[in-house]
Design a protein around this ligand. Sequence first.
Ligand SMILES: *Cc1c(COP(=O)(O)O)cnc(C)c1O
Length: 377
Amino acid sequence: MTSKETQRQILLTPGPLTTSASVKETMLRDWGSRDSAFIAITADIRSRLLALANASDTHRCALVQGSGTFAVEATLTTLLHRKDHHALLLINGAYGRRIQKICEIAGIKHSVYETAEDTPPDTSVIRAKLQDDGNITHVVAVHCETTSGILNPLREIAEVTTAENRKLIVDAMSSFGSLPIDLTMISAEAIIASANKCLEGVPGMGFALIENAVLTNSKSNASTLSLDLQDQIEYMDRTGQWRFTPPTHVVAALGKALEEHATEGGVTGRGKRYAENCQHLVDGLKNIGFELFLDENFQAPVIVTVRMPADPAFDFDRLYSLMNDEGIVLYPGAVTQEKSFRIGCIGQVYPEDMQRTLEAIRQALSKMGVSKPGLTP
Ligand SMILES: *Cc1c(COP(=O)(O)O)cnc(C)c1O
């Protein structure tokens, strides 16, 4: 048997990402949406998600069908009132730009503070913008901007937002469950994430933790029926059920994934493994001679952006396909500033998988005839 046949496929493309066999096995059963066991799973997920952010007393959990973007759009269109609110959007990548697009389509008033894709926002600039424009009611931030893997300074952003008496909404899609977010330490009106990133569930649903107080004010504000999270929460609280057909298999898988998350040591345990993965990857890539897009101080242990080598022998499509042959799926680049590719370090992957990845990259480079993949050949 060749190694190919024995090695499992890993997705370094978060997300979707690599999930455990036991999470996948949970999906072998069909669940009825009114089945009491299924209702119990839904309730358990909602309370576990709140507990992960230490928000059980202050927030309620809305679950929503669809990919992460559905959860972002649902949260913004439920909580941001077209008449009374104005959001300051902090942008340094594609997910921030996506939030801007959601606001444009929904007719939500907004201003933009954009920094380069390798640069976190400066809190003194945020403060000045909030002081200069009294119309701004909310700040919307992306915690880890997965476009590059940059970690934006959530605590500082939350502090300045609170100090200026504004509300904060956070897209924590690629950080929730692996980087600490404690809503007793920072104040946020909503935290948004999905099943299929650091929680290691399968794709198909997202969620938002929403401050109790704002929910009552948001009744009938939503511009869509299916994405009205106020209504979703109210209905779920009352009946235990989802308003519309739940993604039953996805829900069951997330229930299992959350158990495994707890067994691994919760946010701390999961974050530790991802940090180890990331360190292995960063060190190994630098050893091979690659240059990384981000300053290491800003690198979140989520996804690493590699600058495209200048050596004409280097061909990313070829690297992608050689790696794919080894069961390792890489991610194309997404930053707009320069050419790059990405390697994720989240999901059911371990430092051994990072070693295997680095070894496969070395072999692929030698097949392509690239001796040193730096930017100056
Ligand atoms: C993955 C992700 C999303 C959601 O993307 P989908 O493709 O809709 O799941 C949103 N924001 C960030 C920061 C993400 O990493």
